[in-house]
Design a protein around this ligand. Structure first.
Ligand code: HEM
Length: 506
């Protein structure tokens, strides 16, 4: 035993402080354990041992994807678990039944989004400007209703045929641009085509591949997309925010550049010249008409909504890059896709179009399989009132993490979940989407872009694989990062081998 007198005065003070801290932590954790039931008699969800300041943030470390931590926590403590992440009270929800309860049955209790300062800063100091990060409101309901006709174009309508034409045109350009002599960086090509598909479909505006301002806008969106897909400890520990000021200022400059491009090169004089008697011809006119006729909707709100939607091209482009990152290692999957293409359009000697989707389940299934493996999270929800999930009390303002990573990757729900097997989504020649597969969330805050993802991805994969086979480039490793849609700016290179037997008329 060390004699007491060997300690300096400072050491003794330090030891006393440490003992006080330990007692406080133990007391805090004991108190939490005592709160087994809330005032309204509902049991509180279990809560693991927490540390001062960090709460449970330390449990998030050591995983490739933070949501893997939620699976682990779920296994140890139950399907509904209370966490304190820094200064934010959170609840982790595991299991399909409970996630559906939060998204659908009680969707109206959990339709807000977190108040992270980062979200505020990314949208000119007000997260309500954002389609995905705002809280629920009448404005959001209107924004979603206005978008529906454009992001979910119905088959056999003009909007659908136009979109088909736009996608095919983009694919033809890509096919003529792809150089089979060397390894190519596909991301700039894909992003540019996706951006043009979006600007043409939503804004009736197309840009040349050499338009510097257009290319800058694509780069700026990609940068922002990467940023919003990152998790920050500062979201939970706001005192760390100053460390991010410079980066956030940089991002805010990018959003400013985008606004200038949208006003000068996309909207131009359309706001002034739009005739209110006319029916809107595209999403831009739909927004203009609404602003001019409905009091609750101002031009600023409309511009933010438009920019959010144009930015959707980054989501599709990054997703496609990841999908090609999987496909390049899956020659058998490529062969089956090519066989399917030839079986449907080969005899007609034409290019693949989005109207062929119903007859090409294998491509559809490949898209689902890539989305499953990427396992991008559901944007966190926030309880707008006291509520419950699985009988446990959920306090108002709790941030909900709905663990769809587990739903996409659990070996209880999928056979060999780590393998790329599109067949798992096909039954009797038709695509099936299991109930536990929820990559686009659900309920009133569900993804507004999933149909665009499916249609554009279908058109581009079908179009490219009709003409080429994808092969790995020398020295390129194709480790597709999971847990988020975003990829860095410089990413995989691919080699393309032109197919000999292509039934195309271009
Ligand atoms: C593979 C690509 C994509 C994935 C995996 C994805 C997934 C998601 C998820 C999980 C949510 C949250 C849903 C919820 O809270 O229930 C969401 C929201 C949203 N997504 Fe997507 N998304 C993708 C692409 C897109 C695209 C291309 C667009 C635009 C055209 C888009 C527009 C939106 C919007 C506007 C919201 C917010 C809806 C709201 O909060 O009311 N998404 N997305």
């Amino acid at each position: 035993m060390v004699p007491f007198f060997l300690f300096s005065q400072y050491s003794i003070i330090l030891i006393i402080l440490l003992v006080i801290l330990i007692v406080l932590v133990l007391y805090e954790n004991w108190k939490t354990k005592q709160e087994k039931t809330s005032d309204d008699g509902l049991p509180q969800p279990p809560m693991p041992f927490k540390l001062p300041l960090l709460g449970h943030l330390h449990l998030m470390g050591g995983h490739e994807v933070p949501y893997q931590a939620f699976t682990e926590i779920g296994r140890k403590y139950g399907n509904v678990v209370r966490l304190q992440l820094g200064n934010v009270k959170c609840v982790v929800v595991n299991d399909q039944k409970n996630i559906r309860e939060a998204l659908v049955t009680k969707g109206h209790h959990f339709d807000s989004r977190p108040n992270f300062e980062r979200y505020e800063q990314l949208f000119s100091g007000n997260k309500q400007n954002s389609l995905a990060f705002c809280d629920w409101s009448d404005v959001q309901r209107t924004r979603r209703e206005m978008l529906r006709a454009y992001t979910f174009p119905r088959a056999l309508t003009n909007k659908f045929y136009n979109l088909d034409f736009i996608i095919q045109e983009g694919v033809c350009q890509m096919v003529s641009e792809i150089n089979t002599e060397k390894a190519i960086s596909l991301k700039p090509i894909i992003l540019r085509q996706c951006a043009n598909i979006f600007t043409k479909h939503f804004c009736t505006k197309q840009f040349s591949s050499t338009n510097e301002k257009f290319l800058k806008m694509i780069g700026d969106f990609d940068d922002i997309f990467y940023e919003v897909n990152q998790g920050y400890a500062a979201d939970f520990l706001p005192f760390l925010m100053p460390l991010h000021r410079r980066n956030l200022k940089r991002i805010s400059n990018l959003t400013h550049n985008i606004r200038t491009f949208v006003l000068q090169d996309i909207i131009q004089d359309r706001y002034e010249t739009f005739n209110l008697e006319d029916s809107p011809n595209d999403y831009v006119e739909c927004l203009i008409k609404h602003v001019k006729t409905e009091a609750e909707f101002d031009w600023e709100t409309a511009l933010f909504a438009l920019e959010d939607i144009i930015g959707g091209h980054s989501a599709v482009g990054n997703f496609l890059m990841k999908l090609f990152g999987f496909l390049v290692r899956e020659s058998e999957v490529q062969r089956k896709i090519q066989e399917e293409i030839e079986g449907v359009v080969g005899a007609e000697g034409r290019n693949v179009g989005i109207g062929d989707r119903n007859r090409m389940p294998y491509i559809e299934a490949t898209i689902f399989e890539a989305i499953r493996l990427i396992a991008s999270p559901i944007v966190p929800r926030v309880a707008n009132q006291d509520s419950s999930i699985d009988g446990f009390k959920i306090e108002k303002d709790s941030v909900l993490f709905l663990n769809n990573y587990d739903l996409s990757m659990s070996d209880k729900l999928w056979e060999s979940p780590e393998k790329f097997m599109p067949e798992r989504f096909i039954k009797n020649g038709h695509v099936i989407k299991p109930d536990h597969f929820l990559p686009f969330g659900g309920g009133r805050r569900s993804c507004m872009g999933y149909k665009m993802v499916q249609l554009i991805s279908f058109g581009i994969i079908g179009g490219l694989l009709q003409h080429f086979t994808l092969v790995p480039s020398i020295n390129e490793s194709y480790n597709v990062p999971i847990g988020s849609l975003a990829l860095p700016k410089d990413t995989f290179k691919f080699n393309f081998v032109r197919r000999e037997r292509v039934f195309s008329n271009n």
